[in-house]
Design a protein around this ligand. Sequence first.
Ligand SMILES: [Zn+2]
Length: 459
Amino acid sequence: MKVKIGLEVHLYVKLENNKTKLFCSCPINYKEAETNTNICPRCTGMPGNKPMLPNKEAFEKAIEVALILNCGIPKGPILFQRKHYDWPDLPNGFQKTISGTYSVPVGYEGKYNNVRISYMHLEEDPAKWDPITGYVDYNRSGIPLIEIVTEPDLIDSEETRTWVRNLMTALSYVNSIDKDLGIKADVNVNIENHPRVEIKNVNSLANIKKAIEYEVLRQQKALLSGKNLVQETRTYDDKQNITIHMRYKEQAQDYMFIPEPDLPSIQVTKDQLEKIKKIVPESPESKRERFVNKYKLKKEDAETLSSNLKLAEIFEDIIKESEINVTAKLLVRDLLSVLNYDKLEIENVNLNLENLKYLSKMLSENKITENTSKKILIELVKKDFSVKDYIKKHDLEIKSDKSELETICKQVIKENPKAIEDYKKGEEKALNFLVGMVMKKTKGTANPDIVNNLIKKLL
Ligand SMILES: [Zn+2]
């Protein structure tokens, strides 16, 4: 049963100069601030309040994100809409958003890491409502949010989690979004040719994965037992790890979208667009192509490297001094598997670039073995230290000095008469065993080809 997954991801815009809400001058640092202190008549919906003009920096960051996602930017005017619904977190009774029935989004028809983007836009965040106590914290009300809506191009929970993670990492790496403020996602899941189920308010990467896993299983079970699935909205309960029916899917007109009469339309000017285009980094799509064409990388390696902005930058930095294929192997195969094993993300590990450069250089020059390098990586992701000193201290350079190796080979031959006998009877395995013993004595630092030849010669 083929699964289709689409996302509506809400991320917080990272403001660097004008750190205020979207339509008023209250600060956006809602996490550090005392409850209900970053507030004014506008963001608490006092009668008669009118919005200020939208925060220009927030709008330009939204265009930046649209360009990173390879979206088209509308040439015509963009209008804010009122999206009406009754909920304690929405003091005005409507949310000001660029989405909606009559809206032109900030960006449309894009693509990011092989997933099509339907559109993306800017909107204000509702307040924070606690359904248990009934308290509302308006510090969050009016903070600029971007929403990114994808086509149902994802096929399983892990792929979806990785895609969102890479998206968040890339956008926060270029300071477009503030990753620390978190993520709010609605996840659409359906089995091909069956109705779509929307799961609301899934608020972490781990929960996105778990909610999809639960929902896919639930839908598969229902179909297998002959039940019909219905189009509905469900919510994810992270304590019980289940999804629960909320309502049958509302239609767009239920929100009674109308153009916001208190705000003028916005036009993206040519100059503005040119200015933003200059700071937008290369997209993963074109990076991948460039890595294949320029560096002759394998497609899978190019894919892995280009989907993570930080990894791609590290790669291009290292290959200035090291061999391309050695570096790709070191990063894609060894480093990622070490990180994966420890459940670490490259963005959260304090990796010193000089150390990775040194490792790659030593590997490129055949001065350490892959095994040694991997052992060092395992330590390096836990704690930073000088790789150069470490190799010296533990005597880990490959030993190619024949006289030194010959002494060790002689010793091994002396200690293993049975293997010598077997070898002389024509058993190849015995030779491998002897080479292995030499490798062991040299802590894996001997050059195996040289050892092989030496032992043959000595026998
Ligand atoms: Zn305010």
